[in-house]
Ligand binder design. Structure first.
Ligand code: ADP
Ligand code: MG
Length: 700
């Protein structure tokens, strides 16, 4: 049974094609203007769009609609309303108005707001984002929306993202117009997020409360085999996994998500999916949807999809690579080196702007990926280190050096000298730029790849920072260049680049980011090494960062404080849940298992003794002694964790509380785990009420 994929693709999306078909011409044109140019949406247009949207949705089986939004929980939220509207005796119409399309009023009181929304003013608003297409899922029309409070403060991850895209557009346009590119009227940022995940058996998953409540294992001795054979990465897909991936692709394609690449990852049971890149807000929406659909499809296959950053000790955790670039409405990728000197100058300016932005706001980049889960990866020699640096590759590094030092850039194939001091840049292929896998932020030919993101993270945060920081630097560049006569522009840009490179080259690093030498060198270079979430987060309140956000109207000061509170609290809460789950598993699963094994062991020994009184039973006694010792140790470490968790719970100050979780609770958990894992190794699997690493990772 072959499927018609081109027909299937986007069949559940209120796409441009559908709009063109369904909407009156003038309405369609007006909506396109809003989508492409960001112009204000007219009320009559909204009404006409609502009618067409409902008609299309009902034709495709929808009975309900929902405003779909992204509160600060990091996942999406929805509240369904049916289209029905009673019109007398047992009769209904299927109705949907422009007002319902544009604005929703969900109760905001139970979403994290960081104190922005007092409980007496519970109302929140959702507002349609027409630049991200509506779609149908589970017989419901999903309308992507932004979510804010009664007084207009952002309560979500989309509003600031849209603001940051707008700011970057404005600042990039100014530069492009300065370079004479008058035909460009819009610059968008593009994102392609590569998503890693684990698949485990649903039956086994349900037997482990740590996976159920925390998404990661809190105890568990390693399997005899890990990832040391390097046989899983790009390995042949097992039939069950292949079926899952094909099913997943189809579900994603239906809602217009261009799932493209799927393969096995480094760790056993680990996989990756990458879509073709898209406009940033669409890519963010799609990634949220992808994570949700991954879980849903897994369930159909008797599997569970784990998106946690560190589900298993001893093997790699999961991350997400955020590929990012800037593109004009005329189709030019601004991070594409181009073929002519003029294009090169412009490219070098945008490239340098990104370098400067990442250097000046490295702390914000780090903060944008700071979560309790991701702390297990960053700096653990499997993911980039917690120190932000940029990998450019040898050629581009040489180009920048030649600009800085006014030397001739000698690339054997290219000899045309341009005023910026670089000969025409070679065409960058991925081959000569993407060799360093330890770099947190790597130039990969025509885009940057930010690799510090955790697998469960919304990609919104990192892109808000990238867009805003780059916009800020571009605005500084524009101020320096705006009065320069056209015939002096080239040399003015040259001087500007020279200054920026010499000031910000400290962030460039092409070496191995996993070494201790780099940690030391980075310290000497003055680069921040924010190792944990509680260490990183407070820097969001640094003056330079507050200035950045408020200047570009991404966040008000109140919104920044709110986000800081939410992130800090979320960190403490996640570890709190882990600590409680761990205590619970030790008390109710592991200690009883240990005890019952000891009981059987001693019973057997007694019986043996009865039968043959002359047996020494030395090994049985030794075994019992060892197990009993482990039992005592487990019991006391478990009590310590429980007591410290109560202390943590009663701490008032959010930062001290987070620090306590980081320093004390996590250390308690680590100590406890070591003993638990040893105990697990010493008792037969049949005594354990939960599946082991062997079973979880190798039995699919
Ligand atoms: P990798 O070697 O890292 O797998 P790929 O070329 O496969 O590199 O690309 C990874 C991701 O980068 C894909 O999602 C791809 O669509 C995305 N990508 C490619 N070009 C751009 C761009 N200009 N902007 C944003 N993302 C891009
Ligand atoms: Mg990649």
């Amino acid at each position: 049974m072959t499927k018609n994929i081109p027909e299937l693709y986007g069949s559940m999306v209120f796409s441009d094609k559908v709009m063109k078909n369904k909407l009156p011409k003038d309405v369609y044109k007006s909506l396109r203007r809003t989508i492409q140019q960001g112009t204000h949406l007219d009320k009559d247009v909204a009404n006409a769009v609502a009618v067409a949207m409902k008609e299309w949705a009902v034709e495709n089986g929808a009975t309900h609609f929902t405003h779909w939004f992204q509160p600060m929980t990091g996942i999406t939220a929805e509240k369904h309303d049916s289209f029905i509207s009673p019109v007398g005796d047992c009769e209904i119409n299927m109705d949907f108005s422009g007002k319902e399309l544009i604005k929703g009023e969900p109760d905001a009181s139970s979403f994290p707001s960081g104190g922005l929304r007092a409980t007496f003013e519970a109302r929140g608003y959702t507002a349609w984002d027409p630049t991200s297409p509506a779609f149908i899922k589970d017989n419901t029309l999903y309308i992507p929306t932004a979510f804010c409070s009664y007084s207009g403060e952002a309560l979500d991850k989309k509003t600031p993202l849209l603001r940051s895209m707008e700011v970057l557009n404005e600042e990039a346009l100014k530069i492009l117009h300065l370079f004479g590119n008058e035909e460009v009227s819009r610059v968008i940022t593009t994102v392609g997020p590569e998503q890693e995940y684990f698949l485990v058996s649903k039956e086994l998953f349900e037997k482990r409360r740590d996976l159920l409540f925390c998404g990661r294992t809190l105890i568990g001795a390693p399997a005899p085999k890990g990832q040391e054979m390097e046989d899983h990465y790009f390995g042949v897909l097992k039939p069950q996994i292949a079926e899952y991936m094909h099913d997943l692709d189809e579900e994603l394609w239906k809602v217009g998500i261009p799932a493209k690449t799927e393969h096995n990852e480094v760790a056993p049971a680990q996989h990756e999916l990458a879509p073709v890149f898209d406009t940033t807000n669409v890519a963010v929406d799609h990634n949220q949807l992808t994570m949700e659909i991954m879980k849903k499809v897994a369930d159909r296959h008797g599997l569970v999809c784990l998106l946690h950053e560190k589900p298993f000790e001893g093997i790699n955790g999961s991350g997400k690579h955020n590929n990012w670039s800037m593109t004009t409405n005329t189709g030019v990728n601004l991070l594409n080196p181009g073929k002519t000197p003029a294009e090169n100058t412009q490219f070098l300016l945008f490239l340098t702007a990104v370098i400067q932005a990442v250097d000046e706001y490295a702390d914000l980049m780090r903060i944008s990926v700071a979560t309790a889960g991701n702390d297990h990866r960053l700096g653990a020699n499997e993911a980039p280190p917690a120190i932000v640096s940029i990998f450019l590759g040898e050629e581009l590094t040489k180009v920048l050096e030649s600009i800085e030092n006014d030397t001739y850039f000698d690339n054997s194939n290219h000899h045309i000298l341009m005023e910026t001091g670089a000969s025409v840049l070679p065409h960058f292929t991925k081959d000569n730029t993407d060799r360093n896998r330890t770099s947190p932020f790597a130039f990969t030919g025509n885009k940057f790849e930010f690799r510090m993101l955790g697998s469960s993270l919304s990609v919104s945060g990192p892109n808000i920072i990238l867009n805003t920081a780059v916009a800020e630097v571009l605005s500084q560049y524009y101020e320096k260049l705006k009065h320069v006569p056209a015939n002096e522009l080239e040399s003015a840009v040259h001087a500007l680049l020279q200054e920026a490179i010499s000031k910000h080259k400290r962030i460039l690093f092409d070496g191995n980011g996993y070494t201790d030498e780099w940690v030391e060198e980075a310290r000497q270079r003055g680069l921040a090494n924010l190792r944990s979430t509680p260490e990183a987060l407070p820097h969001i309140l640094d003056k330079k960062n507050v200035d950045l956000f408020t200047k570009h109207k991404i966040f008000t000061e109140g919104e920044i404080h709110a986000r800081y509170d939410i992130l800090m609290e979320t960190y403490s809460k996640s570890i709190h849940i882990e600590a409680k789950t761990m205590t619970d598993m030790i008390t109710k699963d592991l200690l009883p298992a240990l005890l019952s094994y000891m009981k059987d062991l001693s019973k057997t020994a007694l019986q043996m003794n009865e039968l043959c009184p002359d047996l020494a039973l030395a090994s049985q006694k030794e075994q019992l002694k060892k197990l009993s010792g482990l039992y005592d140790e487990l019991f006391s470490l478990n009590s310590r964790l429980a007591a410290d968790t109560v202390t943590a719970e009663n701490m008032k100050d959010a930062l001290s509380c987070a620090n306590y979780y980081h320093e004390t609770i996590l250390a308690d958990m680590e100590d406890l785990r070591r003993v638990a894992d040893e105990a697990e190794c010493r008792i037969p699997n049949t005594y354990l009420p939960y599946p082991t690493y062997d079973q979880l990772l190798f039995t699919l």
